[in-house]
Design a protein around this ligand. Sequence first.
Ligand SMILES: Cc1cc2nc3c(=O)[nH]c(=O)nc-3n(C[C@H](O)[C@H](O)[C@H](O)COP(=O)(O)OP(=O)(O)OC[C@H]3O[C@@H](n4cnc5c(N)ncnc54)[C@H](O)[C@@H]3O)c2cc1C
Length: 403
Amino acid sequence: MSERLIIVGAGQAAVQAVQSLRVDGFAGPITLIGDEAYGPYQRPPLSKAYLLGSFERERLFLKADGFYRESGCELRLNTKVTAIDRQTKTVTLDDGSSLPYDKLLLATGTRVRKLTCPGAQLPGVHYLRDIADVDGLQQEFLAGKRIAIVGGGYIGLEVAAVAAKRGLDVTVFEAMERLMARAVSRPMSDFFAAEHAKAGVTIKFKTGVEAIEGKAQVEGARAGGHLYPADIVLVGIGVVPNDELAKAAGLETNDGIVVDRHGMTADSSIFAAGDCTRHVGREGLSIRLESVQNAIDQAKHCALAMTGKAKIYSEVPWFWSDQYDLKLQIAGLARPTDTTIVRGDPATRKFSVFHLRDGVVAAVEAVNAAPDYMIGKKLVADGVRVAPERLADTAIPIKQIAG
Ligand SMILES: Cc1cc2nc3c(=O)[nH]c(=O)nc-3n(C[C@H](O)[C@H](O)[C@H](O)COP(=O)(O)OP(=O)(O)OC[C@H]3O[C@@H](n4cnc5c(N)ncnc54)[C@H](O)[C@@H]3O)c2cc1C
């Protein structure tokens, strides 16, 4: 008898799981249940080209409709899974009905962290997670409008870059003393701060937003004791994993659904992949990653495990961000205690920052420097030791950097 698989959440990890399961020989029926109105789509363009208006909606979708039919996968949209019963091996849907499973894959992603200060509910306060969010924002995202962006992380800065390009007046409020502080080194933060300033973006560091002011609509953001007039507020202060279903079903959660290095929970019938999970990474630390790479690779490993070909997940994490004409690419997970070496001159807008840990390349951040990123990623994967002076010396081609 072939097994029945239910996938909860129709996003990046889910669609990869469907594809990989069929390649790996999973023969049973697959039901993919998603609470959005759309089939699986890519989110990265939402805060980049799609918001700018240079990327058509159709291109967001990860697969054509025919893919699901041909893969023997029933796609149920606008449907939320509200409970898992591990005894009867069923899931409950928001219409009250239930569906049986033999295997269950949780790919529920994350949701945005909400602003809680006074005025946070006012019309004109926006978030950016899904297509509907961008569509809602677009109507107000017009040249001449003043936008206050709460949070100087990837999302806030990508929106700032698009807003500046589209002629909005942009102010970013960042509680820390530098941009993208959780994700990049200080030289990289400083470089991006300078680029945003050049584009006319005002950045207020060490400034938390205390209240959103306005009567029927946003009129300003109060921060650091000042009132900054604004027509729109965009909040980018991080995300929260959708792990409540798993928790309510008695599975271990800890800011994410805890899975092993095959993507399996403590219940051997239930797997999880993508942003909603917490796993032990290749460096032996417990991590929750929010990236397309992690969603894809974890889904592939779940598929392998479900088809009896389990393989340990230990890929090098990688990320990217597009701001203006700058492509930031990162491989590996840096730590504040790493030694950082800048390769190239930031003034050329093409350089990289290598992170050494005990002399070994642990991470690389590259701007408009794809070869540094690609070679750096391999050095991280192979755990290669490189002398700091060689990394800093651009006369040595990056391909020969390992000596
Ligand atoms: C604006 C934006 C820009 C980004 N840019 C980048 C980037 O440049 N590079 C990068 O690597 N990553 C980027 N990311 C992150 C990347 O999109 C995510 O890491 C990736 O989508 C994770 O895939 P996932 O399958 O885990 O979750 P998702 O793709 O979020 O899919 C989860 C789905 O599950 C649904 N769901 C949740 N609970 C239920 C339920 N109970 N029942 C039914 N459905 C449910 C959700 O509504 C959602 O549709 C970006 C994200 C955003 C929002």
